[in-house]
Design a protein around this ligand. Structure first.
Ligand SMILES: [Zn+2]
Length: 220
């Protein structure tokens, strides 16, 4: 072999090795998502449409995600949270609360609805926000696990890559600070609820893990 051929061959083997390595890293970093759909029907779609019209004057059941909102469930098992979100309607006949994702204490990620549907999880932002619920926070304890932190990081990276329209990440308790985004919309005067989830420790840790993404966070 000429030295030229040898060099080309060596370089192509080297590049091939690097590509394989990168592919392995990408695979390792992709979140494992288990589909666990909550009840879906024309009735739910009708309730979503009514909610969007009442609160946002928008006729829609799908969203273009612009924000990811992180929550805790204030419950101790994913099953209890899942059962809570499962039904279509609340007692008053309006759309039930639900998020797109539910993350168990062990970091297992469940997808409860399609990623681009409008779910009721945060007043003022449901029309543009994907919700991630984390099992924990019973009694206000900041007890989310490191496995959940890891899962949230991977999930948000996955969502940002899939939906370049996403620019903001905030905790439910940061709902007022996040108005700076210009995304807050609410027709019903006085409709709000005070929130503490998922706590500043979790949001601070998430913010530093995602510092390279360019996503906009808010001070804890
Ligand atoms: Zn919440």
């Amino acid at each position: 072999m000429t030295s030229l051929v040898r060099n080309v061959l060596r370089n192509s083997i080297f590049i091939h090795f690097i590509l394989l390595h990168l592919a392995a890293v990408a695979l390792a970093a992709a979140p494992q998502i288990t589909d666990m759909p909550i009840l879906w029907s024309e009735h739910r779609e009708q309730l979503i449409r009514e909610y969007a019209l009442t609160h946002y004057s928008m006729d829609k059941i799908f969203i273009t995600p612009q924000a990811v909102v992180v929550h805790w469930t204030a419950s101790s098992t994913w099953e209890s949270a899942y059962n809570y979100f499962y039904a279509e309607a609340r007692g008053d006949g309006t759309l039930n609360v639900a998020s797109h994702f539910l993350v168990g204490r062990d970091g297992q990620i469940y997808r409860l609805t399609p990623e681009n549907t409008l779910n009721r999880h945060i007043i003022g932002y449901n029309w543009c926000a994907i919700g991630i619920e984390n099992v924990g926070g019973v009694g206000g304890a900041e007890d989310l696990t490191s496995a959940q932190l890891e899962a949230n990081e991977l999930l948000i990276r996955y969502l940002q890559e899939k939906y370049p329209s996403i620019c903001y990440v905030f905790g439910h308790y940061q709902q007022d600070a996040a108005r700076e985004s210009g995304l807050y919309v609410e027709n019903v005067a006085g409709y709000r609820s005070e929130k503490i989830d998922p706590g500043p420790a979790f949001m601070g840790a998430l913010r530093s893990r995602l510092a390279d993404t360019g996503l906009r966070f808010y001070e804890e």
